[in-house]
Design a binder for this molecule. Sequence first.
Ligand code: DX5
Ligand code: ZN
Length: 230
Amino acid sequence: MAADRGLFRRAPVRPLLAASILSADFARLGDHALQALHAGADLLHVDVMDGHFVPNLSMGPAVCAAVRRACPDAFLDVHLMVTDPGRFLEPFAKAGADSVTFHVEVEGDPLRLAARARELGMGVGLASNPETPVHRHEPFLRAFDLHLVMSVHPGFSGQAFLPAVLAKTRWLRERLGTEARVEMDGGVGPDTAGACTEAGCDVLVSASALFGAPDLRKAAQAMHAAAARG
Ligand code: DX5
Ligand code: ZN
């Protein structure tokens, strides 16, 4: 069965839980990613860092391709924390990405990058760092399937949620209606998921609160329950 490439384009029924494999056990990445999906995650979030846009390195297309082989039916949501996303659109399309999100802070025309990503058969998202004014998304609201709000400074998992970004989320949801997804990324766990959905998020990314939990299934259930209360 092919991956559900249209997941971000359908109206949300309930908030989606995206398991960020950044906190998975890299020594058994395929199994751990599958385990997260069986535990209740709706999709996998793949954090790509170039050591330039963010002060860390993580994974590239080869790792994404390996995850695709291990999880052929999963929706792969690739988050490019890189200075030059244009270089990586085709490699990630070939590696099986369903959607690719790049940052508004980087150089390059977001509309041109989005068009290229779509040409390659991927959905497309636009992200911004916590301190970036949400108005930077305004010219591009309708051009993206998803707008990602960083709720930590990107580069590492396991950081504390920055509640100030909830105002950005509300601003986006008010303008988007049900036209696009709003994704929260960073410090999302059972304690913060409700505030995120209350502010209009419908995709919750979680790395440490899921993969760091003693019981993945219970952690995923707690996240869904908290999200539903928001
Ligand atoms: C941070 C990444 C996040 C990260 C979230 O730079 O973009 O996706 O994996 O990690 P947690 O959920 O542990 O904050
Ligand atoms: Zn991310």
